[in-house]
Design a protein around this ligand. Structure first.
Ligand SMILES: [Zn+2]
Length: 177
């Protein structure tokens, strides 16, 4: 799951009229939704936005006043940042800071570029591993790589959620193996 870390100017979470998380937009876009009565602010962020005529607390979470039907992306795109986020920015082999992406079963030997076969790794482990498998080296993965699931991933992709959004994003992952 994405880890929760404070992000500065990270945008605003948009909820459907039903309080279901929809997407993340810029703070400016969220403010326009509120000012045009298309949304109401349900959680303030830090600071005040000033316009020529009014001042508005920076919105952190807004809820649409009318329900919109939006098809969800059902899977999270495989990107370097998304892999790092899933693995908590740690090397899958030594738990050191992650710097590279490693294919568990090496690509040179037919390993797939898929969530189940990629992990974050430090440069040293990646280099040492080369085109061997963890089993050949007697290495163990700290956890089995899987595709990320859950509403937070569905809405946020690789981006780290603002802690203020936790009430609306189901961050307790029911990740039974
Ligand atoms: Zn390592």
């Amino acid at each position: 799951m994405p880890d929760i870390r404070p992000t500065v100017g990270s945008g605003a979470l948009v909820l459907n009229a039903t309080y279901e998380p929809l997407c993340v937009v810029s703070v400016r876009r969220a403010a326009i939704l509120v000012l045009s009565a298309k949304a109401v602010c349900v959680a303030d962020g830090d600071g005040i936005l000033h316009s020529a005529r009014s001042a508005l607390p920076v919105p952190s979470v807004v809820r649409l006043t009318r329900f919109v039907r939006v098809p969800y992306r059902t899977h999270v795109g495989l990107s370097r940042r998304a892999i790092f986020a899933r693995d908590g920015w740690r090397c899958a082999y030594c738990r050191g800071p992650a710097e590279t992406i490693d294919h568990v079963f090496p690509r040179s030997r037919g390993g797939r570029h898929a969530w189940e076969n990629v992990v974050a790794a430090c440069a040293r482990c990646n280099h040492t591993k080369g085109d061997k498998t963890p089993a050949e080296l007697g290495w163990r993965l700290h956890c089995l790589p899987t595709a990320p699931k859950g509403i937070a991933w569905r809405v946020l992709g690789h981006r780290a959620p603002d802690p203020r959004w936790a009430d609306w994003l189901d961050l307790r992952e029911p990740e039974a193996a």
